[in-house]
Design a binder for this molecule. Structure first.
Ligand SMILES: Cc1cc2nc3c(=O)[nH]c(=O)nc-3n(C[C@H](O)[C@H](O)[C@H](O)COP(=O)(O)O)c2cc1C
Length: 169
């Protein structure tokens, strides 16, 4: 188990974040093709399944992140659900300014949005709706293609990473 951040006592949102941190989530990297044609990604735990018909997912983009404009301009994005073996990639895509893919770690499905190899599930999405809410934007995507693999999900709770259970099917 790894603690991601030391106590940031100067952060006025710390108490609220501490309360949110008591809700365990999986971890994803959401990715798109940037304006320069290169793949870029950001670590995200606000991913949610939304609907089955049509198949929809959502995630919340912090308007202050350096890649916000790129994701707001993209017509497609992909979501890679991280395995417990992908903690390093999770940390890298959560590091300020580090959003590029390393050579060979990405692949594409139908829309051209990049996915991370080694994921335990992937969703290739067409942007369906953008909802500006407070200091975030909810990006709803319609799933164009998806896959899943046996594996253990990376789980995030209390700013620590844990292993989820083995999921076979
Ligand atoms: C576990 C975890 C979950 C995160 N979830 C989100 C999220 O849902 N939405 C978001 O915009 N940022 C999220 N972030 C923060 C971004 O990954 C981070 O702010 C960004 O990569 C920092 O890059 P920047 O300084 O270049 O903007 C999360 C970070 C971590 C470690």
């Amino acid at each position: 188990m790894l603690r991601l951040w030391p106590n940031a006592v100067s952060d006025p949102f710390r108490p609220l974040k501490n309360a949110f941190a008591r809700y365990p989530t999986g971890v994803t990297v959401v990715s798109c093709v940037g304006s320069d044609g290169k793949p870029l990604g950001i670590t995200v735990n606000s991913f949610n399944s939304v609907a089955l018909e049509p198949a929809l997912v959502s995630w919340c983009l912090d308007d202050h992140t350096s890649v916000a404009a790129e994701f707001l301009a993209a017509d497609h994005y992909a979501v890679s659900i991280l395995s417990v073996d992908q903690e390093k990639a999770c940390m890298r895509f959560a590091t300020p300014g580090q959003h590029e893919f390393i050579n060979g770690e990405g692949e594409t499905f139908k829309t051209g949005a990049p996915l991370l190899k080694g994921r335990i599930a992937g969703f290739d999405c067409r942007l369906a709706e953008r909802l500006k809410v407070g200091d975030h934007t909810i990006l709803i995507g319609e799933i164009v293609h998806f896959d899943s693999f046996p594996g253990k999900p990376l789980v995030y709770a209390g700013r620590q990473f844990l292993s989820g259970p083995m999921i076979e099917d």
